[in-house]
Design a protein around this ligand. Sequence first.
Ligand code: NAY
Length: 288
Amino acid sequence: MNGLYTALMCSFDEKGNVNEKGLREIVRHNIDVQQVDGLYVNGSTGENFLISKEQKKQIFDVVNNEAGNDVKLIAQVGALDLDEAVELATYATDLGYNAISAVTPFYYKFDFEEIKDYYNTILDSVDNDLIIYSIPALTGVNMNLEQFGELFKNEKVIGVKFTAPDFFLLERIRHAYPNKLIFSGFDEMLLSASVLNVDGAIGSTFNVNGRRAKQIYELAQKGQIDEARDVQKVTNDLIAEILDNGLYPTIKEILKYKGVDAGVCRKPMKSLDPEGVTNAQHIADKHL
Ligand code: NAY
């Protein structure tokens, strides 16, 4: 399961429906042009927390159908409705997804026993491996080394998508659990994470900058840190401008500019105004 995975965008139309043709184009662009090793489906970047259970299943279907066996597929199934998470985990597993992933349960301040029960309940219901999706800045859930270790005791928990700038904790997890997979989740920190020997990365900006991300990761693996730093610098020039202009809508606009029908974002997420569209096109011209 090692390697670089795009946190896949989804194409929506103005009414918020999944634009299947556009979604297929995004999948193909990531496989054929960005040349990533896999796709992380229905994560934050896929606007997962803004869509219905039926839409999540529809997206799992379309992506699986379009990608076939070309790349590895990870299905993010985490949901506050645990029955829904179990249903989605079963659904994606039956489709043949290589692994599932689940965000830590959020909004209510769940204690660790509740978080552990959430993961074990999902895993007891499916014959598949799971990658914990940890993103404390959005969920408010900050797990420590011991708590990760407690979750890792379940052999079906094969790793973590670590979207946090805590490199002390990242190094401690790496050291303590050499056999678990760690995926770096912040594209702007990919080099720093790669130096700590992560097993791969999952990123939103890989939808448009996947090839450079792969270069950073592979250069770091070969110990060519100066070269990797140069590519991370160019990457971060791009990411800084994308973040300034609005993360997901700007990536969608860049995709559209490249001929990929990425659609608009689901409300209440805004799409870009005309000035934002022009900015996105300038960003693409300048950096991609
Ligand atoms: C997801 O599930 O889509 C991700 O978490 C992918 C990781 C991204 N995090 C978010 C919150 O979008 O790629 C990162 C991030 O967008 C990027 O580093 C820019 O900050």
